[in-house]
Design a binder for this molecule. Structure first.
Ligand code: GTP
Ligand code: MG
Length: 435
């Protein structure tokens, strides 16, 4: 394992000293991508600064102050300088700081950064990945535009920068620095840096480990946050045309280092540290995102005994866990189904019993009614028979009396009297009529 490497000297020129040139040539052919996120309140000068930085005019439209929420607007441009192609994406946080409630203002920005990381991770995890020609949209730098109040940072600035500092390289800049006096600017810079430190906000530090740039980078680190002025307007100063902002009392030259830090920003951002920003994004911020995401998914590098754990093993363990869980869920579902069926069955039985009871009750009522009707019918029949009998008796008596009258006319009145004195016959007849 610890086999010592031997240093050998070559007998002649072999040619691997051209490796860096090969790399350069390959990278140049491939082209580069660089993504800048501009966060700052509406109208703070984001678009003007981008135009000034890249010395071109990017298509921009003014944002309104009435956005309901912060919205991220990415725009990609193909730029070329000498034979180097740069795919530049400028992402604007539209509507930042315009809402009455700014509690959630940072969230869309964080989500956007995470989405770009997630897209890259998904590409990496593909079986057939094509990272070679993948358009990398991960944010390499966030230019945080600070309003030149001369006082201190707003809580929105501190909260947003704090939320972003583990996800992106933040370079804070004081925008519209021509609106603040030299002595105020000096104090403002110190105040901002001390507030960032006391709130634990990690801003991007220009790297000092590479000898070639260590000196300039450490000097520039001391100048943070850069106070910048943006302008695409050209003004004649002496016999030269320079980019400047002209006021009734004088001219602010964008590229004059005694007027503002624009040149410092351009040097640091584009000419010296662009590759470091890209590298930091990949090796620090993306790595952190990837690690957290894979851990969240249950992947680990070591098992509980701190032994190395391969991806294959993790996958197998996860698969087993998943299958076990699936079986458990299946069993639960089956049990639930059986219980439900049993419940429904007993409910149905109860309903059937109730119906049966109802039926029996109704049957009993019906039989009782029937019995009563029968009884009534029988009584009525008896009454009818009795009446018929009486009627017959009366008719017989009538016919007998008629016969007797015809034979003994003298006895007629007496018989008549007898007939009408029959109270029961009379009342029965009248009673039947009433009924
Ligand atoms: P939105 O995209 O609408 O949020 O605005 P923005 O942040 O892109 O600002 P933009 O670049 O459109 O500039 C807004 C106004 O500020 C314009 O009138 C610019 O001329 C002016 N402006 C830009 N930069 C500076 C600067 O450095 N100093 C001063 N004084 N004004 C500036
Ligand atoms: Mg703009």
């Amino acid at each position: 394992m610890n086999e010592e490497k031997r240093n050998l000297s070559l007998g002649g020129h072999v040619g691997f000293d051209s490796l860096p040139d090969q790399l350069v040539s390959k990278s140049v052919t491939q082209g580069f991508s660089f993504n800048i996120l501009c966060v700052g309140e509406t109208g703070i000068g984001k678009s003007t600064l981008m135009n000034t930085l890249f010395n071109t005019t990017f298509e921009t439209e003014e944002a309104s102050h009435y956005e309901n929420a912060v919205r991220l607007r990415p725009r990609t441009y193909d730029l070329q300088e000498s034979n180097v192609h740069l795919k530049l994406t400028i992402v604007d946080a539209v509507g930042f700081g315009d809402q009455i409630n700014k509690d959630e203002s940072y969230r869309p920005v964080v989500d956007y950064i995470d989405t770009q990381f997630e897209n890259y991770l998904q590409e990496e995890l593909k079986i057939r990945r094509s990272l070679f020609n993948y358009h990398d949209t991960r944010i390499h730098v966030c230019l945080y535009f600070i309003t030149p109040t001369g006082h201190s940072l707003k809580s929105l600035d501190l909260v947003t920068m704090k939320k972003l500092d583990s996800k992106v390289n933040i370079i804070p800049i004081i925008a519209k620095a021509d609106t603040i006096s030299k002595s105020e600017l000096h104090k403002f810079k110190i105040k901002i840096m001390s507030e960032l430190v006391s709130n634990g906000v990690q801003i991007y530090q220009f790297p000092t480990d590479d000898e070639a740039v260590a000196e300039i980078n450490s000097v520039m680190n001391a100048h943070l946050p850069f106070a910048v002025v943006g302008s695409t307007e050209e003004v004649k100063v002496g016999n030269k045309l320079v980019r400047a902002r002209q006021y009734p009392w004088g001219v602010v030259q964008v590229e004059n280092e005694s007027h503002c830090d624009f040149v410092k920003l351009r040097e640091m951002l584009i000419r010296v540290n662009m590759e470091d920003l890209r590298e930091q994004t990949h090796t620090r911020h993306y790595e952190l995102y990837r690690r957290c995401k894979l851990e969240e998914m249950g992947f680990k590098d070591t098992d509980p005994d701190s032994q190395p754990f391969s991806l294959q093993e993790t996958y197998e363990t996860k698969r087993k866990e998943f299958l076990g869980e699936l079986q458990k869920k299946e069993e639960e579902m089956r049990q639930m189904f059986v219980n439900k069926v049993k419940e429904t069955e007993s409910e149905l039985k109860e309903k059937e019993r109730e119906l049966h009871e109802k039926f029996e009750h109704l049957k009993r009522i019906h039989q009782e009614e029937k019995r009563k009707v029968e009884e009534k019918r029988r009584e009525l029949e008896e009454e009818m028979n009795a009446f018929n009998k009486r009627k017959l008796a009366v008719e017989t008596l009538q016919s007998q009396s008629l016969q007797a009258t015809s034979q003994q006319p003298l006895k007629k009145d007496k018989d008549k009297k007898n007939f009408f004195s029959l109270p029961s016959a009379c009342s029965i007849t009248s009673g039947r009529h009433v009924n």
